[in-house]
Ligand binder design. Structure first.
Ligand code: URA
Length: 191
């Protein structure tokens, strides 16, 4: 598995399939453990991810780590983290359809090699890539969907959305995330 993932990573590092290669500092392939039951797919690298070559290492990433910590999960031991596209779009704009299309083979291969039991679809860009028929993250979050190789997929809010919504009241995005991550952990423990 590690060898196969390294092959894909090597391809990504040399990839020039879309214009984002010209402005990247680093390709952001993945972080976390590869022998995982749980894979999280985010949107795209931001400033810090591009600088460090690792996904979710900025403010949103720190919040994501805290959310996992609440249910005793961590990227060091339990979670593999990647994005729908591997290079940072300028000014953190949403990836263009042609950029997502160019990068799709890499995400598809990652999932094919890892065969995770659970895929967390983090935010609306990832939702659009993995469940294009779903109408929006607010409606889809918290529900289980069938994924590749028998995986169970759950869309969840993106942590940067939670950073913009501070309330913890019942029904708020943070409260909903807490419900979702508890359900994810419950399922994780049964698989
Ligand atoms: N947001 C994402 O979706 N992915 C990252 O890697 C960082 C921020």
């Amino acid at each position: 598995m590690y060898e196969k993932l390294n092959e894909i990573k090597e391809k990504c590092l040399n990839c020039k399939k879309c214009p984002l290669h010209a402005s990247r500092t680093n390709v952001v392939f993945s972080d976390g453990v590869a022998n995982s039951k749980l894979v999280l797919v985010g949107e795209a690298p931001g400033y810090w991810e591009d600088m460090k070559g690792l996904p979710f290492v900025g403010r949103a990433g720190q919040l994501l780590d805290k959310i996992f910590e609440c249910v005793n999960l961590s990227r060091k031991e339990h979670v593999y983290i990647c994005n729908t596209i591997k290079c940072r779009p300028p000014e953190n704009r949403n990836p263009l359809p042609e950029e997502k299309e160019a990068c799709k083979e890499y995400l598809d291969k990652q999932l094919e090699i890892l065969k995770p039991k659970i895929i967390l679809i983090c935010g609306s860009v990832a939702l659009n890539s993995l469940l294009p028929n779903e109408k929006g993250i607010t409606r889809a979050r918290g529900k289980w969907f069938d994924g590749p190789n028998g995986a169970k997929m759950m869309p969840i809010f993106h942590p940067s959305y939670l950073l913009r919504n501070d309330s913890r009241e019942k029904g708020s995005p943070k409260w909903l995330m807490w419900q979702d991550i508890k359900e994810v952990k419950r399922m994780y423990d049964t698989l």
